[in-house]
Design a protein around this ligand. Structure first.
Ligand SMILES: [Zn+2]
Length: 289
């Protein structure tokens, strides 16, 4: 279990892999199409979503909304958000109870994605299976990150159009199945962008800094930016952190600089996103229309 947790955060630069263009990825799902799923009560959700997607729906503002065992926070304008896990098969069920109408259940189909295998050999065995003391340190640090991801703030910055935190080649994609020295590990938890050490990292959307620590074992300099309603971004392997816990950053504000700290084989930005403990794909968030 500890190892699974540890590897969920691992991020290695994969320079030899095929380079990917930022906007010409044929594997990218098409834009979502919205439908009016609830006619008279104004409930709007996508009819289908992709694994790893961030999903925003509209409901009457006084409605109670349940999804995946959670009651979703509803904005004053009636927006709700949730994330779809990498391995979710659907159909998803969202229960909406407007203030003055009967409960209705929306079903959303999940379109599966292809998860290529990345084989990474020659990794030092001690980093694949760290000794007990290191494994315990990793677990403690992971627990601190998990704790800040459990926040459910009323801020609704998740609804902004996200921008790239740095501009560069994608060197590692969300969800790719990684095999270290022949041992299958978790899917890649975020997106790697290969850029030089020192490159300023911009907040992709407004948020509050909920975690900032330069010295985590696996992830090195680590910042978590909370966009509200359980949606957060994490930025790993930083060489410098320019923000502190509690700071409110506007979109484009610099939060730190790219590095290769923690378990990284070269400078790059790992940008991960979460809906609470569900990891979602930043590339889908960037491409959301
Ligand atoms: Zn990574």
């Amino acid at each position: 279990m500890l190892m699974r947790l540890a590897f969920a955060l691992i991020c290695l630069t994969l320079a030899p892999l095929a380079p990917a263009q930022q906007r010409t990825d044929t594997a990218m799902p098409p834009p979502l199409t919205l439908r009016d799923a609830g006619d008279s009560v104004g409930v709007v959700f996508p009819a289908s979503v992709h694994q790893g997607a961030l999903v925003i729906g509209k409901v009457p503002s006084a409605a109670t909304v349940r999804y995946a065992g959670r009651t979703l926070r509803v904005t004053p304008y009636g927006s709700v958000v949730f994330g779809v896990g990498r391995d979710e098969v659907g159909p998803l069920q969202v229960d909406i109870k407007p203030a003055n109408a009967a409960m209705q259940r929306i079903q959303i189909a999940v379109t599966p994605r292809d998860w290529p295998v990345e084989r990474i050999n020659g990794v030092p065995p001690a980093t694949v299976n760290p000794p007990k003391a290191i494994a315990e340190r990793i677990a403690r640090e992971q627990a601190r990150v998990v704790a800040v991801r459990s926040r459910d703030d009323a801020r609704a910055s998740f609804a902004q159009t996200f921008i790239w935190p740095v501009q560069g080649r994608i060197s590692g994609r969300f969800g790719n199945q990684r095999v270290y020295n022949g041992t299958p590990k978790s899917g890649h938890s975020g997106m790697d962008i290969a850029v030089p050490t020192g490159t300023p990292i911009k907040a992709p959307a407004e948020g509050v800094v909920t975690f900032a620590d330069l010295g985590l074992y696996l992830t090195g300099g680590t910042v978590v930016l909370d966009h509200g309603h359980g949606i957060s971004s994490n930025f790993l392997h930083l060489s410098r952190i320019d923000a502190k816990v509690g700071d409110t950053l506007k979109q484009g504000d610099v939060l730190g600089a790219v590095g290769a700290t923690g378990r990284a084989t070269g400078p790059h930005l790992h940008w991960g996103m979460n809906w609470f403990d569900v990891r979602i794909d930043p590339l889908l968030v960037l491409d959301r229309k």
